[in-house]
Design a protein around this ligand. Structure first.
Ligand SMILES: Nc1ncnc2c1ncn2[C@@H]1O[C@H](COP(=O)(O)OP(=O)(O)OP(=O)(O)O)[C@@H](O)[C@H]1O
Ligand SMILES: Cc1ncc(COP(=O)(O)O)c(N)n1
Length: 553
């Protein structure tokens, strides 16, 4: 190798760090899917890139060996390369099988013209099976291509050819050859020990210009599924280098990923020879392979899933009587007394959701809702239970004072001046005088137990029906869906009904729905199911809660 192939000082742009790098593989096709462009595309995707491929040659091969090689006209390779580069920014290039000198010439010309920011060259010469993938007379042309690469990833045999030496018999010899190639080309060289004998499979990243040798150790994995390891590793490094902008980090992560994929290769049961690695094994086990519903889909599924409960609530004599004003005062006050008891602990449960929230937005939302439940909503109860409103109350039947915005978990700017305060011991005594009935106890037990279990997402799902079912009822009452009487300002429970259709509460409910459905969309299927169960159970408690006043009186 002559010194003039040493690469000029690096003048190209520093690699751009990119979240989903666009990586082009220039390589041969392996129809059995374990090596070549098929392995490259899988590897690029597995480590987080967008893969593209320009095919240099078609092979007819499987895990046992190569039966044939067909090299299309090199002009067509040039067309493929130009088609990609004319339209797409290529963040990194991986080069594999090049077949012959003519193909090498096309690739070299294209690289010189496009100057991709990252070029990883796997100098494929002979397949694992022993079949040639590069004409013998093309080795000199390949050497001339080396200076156009940033990283060269030869196995021991390829390293010896590039160094013009015998195959290294020891690992230090291999590193010395890598240093010679790096020095002659200016590129980094990853010497690969996959073909070494012994218990270890080391690799070493050698950079002569900076005099660095970074060793990567690791026990040899006992498997015959090693077809395409070189292709896979080099594609993964190209992708990770484009993302991380650090060769040592890129090689380290690519190796960890390849080792994970090697360990699972045999389980694919592909072929009777050297099988492929399992490129997505880690992703499959960590991320699963099923799709997740979107927050919008969860919203409609969960809402439709409680259609029976909602219909049953609509039909309750309590709701009907509340809507048309025929509900007697006693069950209504009984309901309010239970609701006051409910809200006091509901606020505690919301405060727990705030404590568990992993982000400040969630923390603030639930804390605000806890405050709203106590200050906004409970104070209305206190008014009613102290006899300030409604039929038979001293001041007649008018709606309550304006300015009250907090109900069922909405924020309030401050209690209305005339509101009875739950902080007032006398009012508090009246507000919380009742004994909790069975429905209140059961609902609160469910919420408090869910809070105690400490799963934030499940707790958030459990508190949602109290927002959602109330707002829905309120909007439909206000729209006259339960009869025009509900719209009459003279309705005996007008002030109460007004709280149901409060816009601030509707806004908070939208926020709660968004927050919970986003949590559900991001959750594992098991956790999402647990959230859905908690949501459904709370909805059933809502129905029982509305049914209780007339069941008792
Ligand atoms: N049995 C194994 N256990 C652990 N790592 C291995 C094993 N076999 C290969 N590797 C690793 O796989 C990568 C490819 O190494 P190898 O030396 O086999 O290259 P290659 O011959 O170019 O690959 P290919 O099999 O695709 O031709 C290296 O990181 C190497 O350390
Ligand atoms: C198209 C193509 N490219 C590269 C290889 C090398 O991979 P391996 O050495 O694992 O057979 C191959 N077999 N086929």
């Amino acid at each position: 190798m002559s010194a003039d192939v040493r690469r000029a000082p690096h003048t190209r742009a520093v690699p751009r760090v990119r979240r989903v790098p666009r990586v082009l593989s220039i390589a041969g096709s392996d129809p059995s899917g374990g090596a070549g462009i098929q392995a490259d595309l899988k590897s690029i995707a597995a480590v987080g890139g967008y893969g593209m491929s320009a095919i240099t040659a078609l092979t007819a091969q499987n895990t046992r060996g190569v039966r044939g090689v067909h090299v299309p006209p090199s002009a067509f390779l040039a067309e493929q390369l130009d088609a990609v580069a004319d339209d797409i920014t290529v963040d990194a290039v991986k080069i594999g099988m090049l077949a012959n000198a003519e193909v090498i010439g096309v690739v070299a010309g294209w690289l010189r013209r496009i100057e991709p920011p990252i070029v990883v060259l796997d100098p494929v010469m002979v397949a694992t099976s022993g079949d040639r993938l590069l004409d013998a007379d093309a080795e000199a042309a390949l050497r001339d291509l080396l200076p156009l690469a940033d990283l060269i990833t030869p196995n021991l045999l390829e390293l010896a050819v590039l160094a013009g030496a015998e195959r290294a018999s020891t690992w230090p010899d291999a590193i010395a050859q890598a240093e010679a190639v790096s020095s002659a080309t200016g590129a980094r060289v990853l010497a690969k020990g996959g073909h070494l004998d012994g218990a270890d499979a080391p690799d070493a990243l050698v950079h002569a210009a900076s005099g660095t040798v970074v060793s990567f150790g690791g026990a040899r994995i006992a498997t015959t599924a090693t077809h395409g390891t070189g292709c896979s590793l080099s594609s993964a490094i190209a992708t990770l280098q484009a993302e991380l902008g650090d060769w040592e980090a890129a090689v380290g992560e690519a190796r960890r990923w390849l080792r994970e994929s090697l360990r699972h290769g045999a389980s694919l049961e592909v072929g009777g020879g050297h099988g492929p690695v399992s490129h997505f094994a880690g992703l499959w086990s960590r991320g699963g392979v099923r799709t997740a519903p979107t927050p919008d889909e969860i919203e409609s599924e969960w809402w439709a899933g409680i259609a029976d409960v909602r219909a049953a609530i609509d039909d309750l004599p309590f709701i009907r009587g509340l809507a048309d004003g025929t509900l007697a005062r006693e069950p209504f006050l009984g309901y309010l007394a239970q609701d006051a008891l409910y809200l006091r602990d509901y606020a505690r449960v919301l405060a727990e959701a705030s404590r568990l929230a992993p982000d400040a937005a969630g923390q603030a939302f639930w804390a605000n809702s806890a405050h709203g439940s106590l200050v906004g909503e409970l104070e209305l109860h206190a008014d009613w239970l102290a006899g300030a409103h409604g039929p038979g109350a001293g001041d007649g039947e008018g709606p309550i004072d304006g300015g009250r915005t907090g109900t069922h978990g909405t924020s309030v700017d401050g209690p209305a001046a005339s509101a009875a305060s739950v902080a007032d011991p006398l009012h508090a005594a009246a507000t919380f005088a009742a004994e909790p009935d069975a429905a209140t106890t059961a609902y609160l037990d469910h919420l408090l137990a869910t809070a105690a279990r400490g799963d934030y997402a499940v707790l958030a799902a459990a508190v949602l029906p109290c927002f959602w079912i109330y707002v829905d009822l309120g909007e439909r009452l206000a729209a006259g869906e339960f009869g025009a009487q509900a719209l009459d300002p003279g309705h005996p429970y007008a002030s109460w009904l007004a709280t149901y259709s409060d816009p601030a509460f509707a806004h908070a409910t939208r926020e709660a729905i968004g927050l919970v459905t986003r949590l559900a969309a991001d959750a594992t299927p098991e956790r999402r199911a647990a959230m859905h169960r908690a949501f459904r159970i709370s909805s059933e408690h809502e129905r029982a809660f509305f049914a209780a006043p007339l069941a008792l009186h």
